[in-house]
Write a protein that binds this ligand. Structure first.
Ligand SMILES: [Zn+2]
Length: 270
């Protein structure tokens, strides 16, 4: 069985077929999905948790877990009220991670210093709740600016917790991967690994140790080839896992076993 370590199951794009979409995932061999709780903004942070309550226990569906967090461009809303909501969500058993949080300098939006302050406050809350973090990091075009700032923040505010986390939809180079591993993070590969233009990313993936990798969809975005541009869903993570196996020179079974084991170890789900 595979784990989809990052899917936005609360997206309105699944409003008409959410249960059928989860059944397709189960039939494709996806045993677990981490449902990301950022919504369109902090007012919807609880939606991923609600989906766990709605679907867990029904037969022939993946086991759902949830995260909660304030996305980098929503950090202007990271006031005391929304941070208290985040803290309360992270105390619940289904909500195993804080995220996706981080820095996004690629898209226009929240000022960089506002993003950094919002990230730091969420790291403090997550550390107190002993929850690993899910990091979104994207620099300005080819620059490593966001990564450089991210590691400054994590070195000061997170490394000492030993809780680790996931570099979601990894898009950095080997240097960023190496520093992530040093800090106890797992590196998660999404559908963009399958795109023809992603040769540099596949070269990073080829060097990864088996005990540090995950696969994800980031659904409903980033559908793997040949469905690029269409709505993505957890069932499709099997294709990304297949490409990761080819890239690393492993059997698909080994990738499935390693990524599942890594996910369970990080979140202590044994
Ligand atoms: Zn995401």
């Amino acid at each position: 069985m595979l784990v989809d370590s990052h899917a936005h199951l609360d997206s309105p794009r699944y409003a008409s077929d959410r249960e059928a979409m989860l059944q397709r995932a189960w039939q494709a061999g996806i045993g677990t999905v981490l449902s990301i709780g950022i919504g369109e903004g902090p007012a919807e942070m609880h939606q991923a948790r609600d989906l766990c309550r709605e679907f867990n226990g029904r037969p022939n569906l993946p086991r759902l877990y949830a995260s909660a967090g304030i996305y980098p461009h929503n950090t202007p809303e990271a006031d005391d009220t929304t941070l208290a909501k985040l803290d309360a969500l992270l105390s619940e058993p289904e909500v195993i991670a804080c995220g996706e949080v981080g820095l996004d300098y690629y898209h226009e939006g929240a000022a960089h210093d506002v993003q950094r302050r919002g990230l730091i406050r969420q790291l403090e809350i997550s550390a107190a709740r002993k929850r690993p973090i899910l990091i979104h990091c994207r620099g300005t075009n080819e620059s490593t600016d966001a990564w450089d700032d991210l590691f400054l923040v994590l070195d000061e505010h997170w490394a000492k917790t030993g809780l680790g986390g996931i570099m979601h939809c990894f898009g950095g180079g080997w240097e960023q991967a190496r520093r992530s591993l040093e800090m106890g993070f797992l590196v998660s590969f999404a559908g963009n690994l399958t795109y023809p233009s992603a040769q540099p990313l596949r070269e990073v993936a080829a060097r990864m140790p088996l005990d540090c990798i995950l696969v994800e969809t980031d659904a409903p975005w980033l559908a793997p080839a040949p469905d690029r541009g269409k709505r993505n869903e957890p069932a499709f993570v099997a294709r990304t896992a297949q490409v990761l196996a080819e890239t690393m020179g492993k059997q698909p079974d080994e990738i499935a076993a390693a990524t599942t084991e890594n996910f369970q170890r990080l979140f202590q789900l044994h």
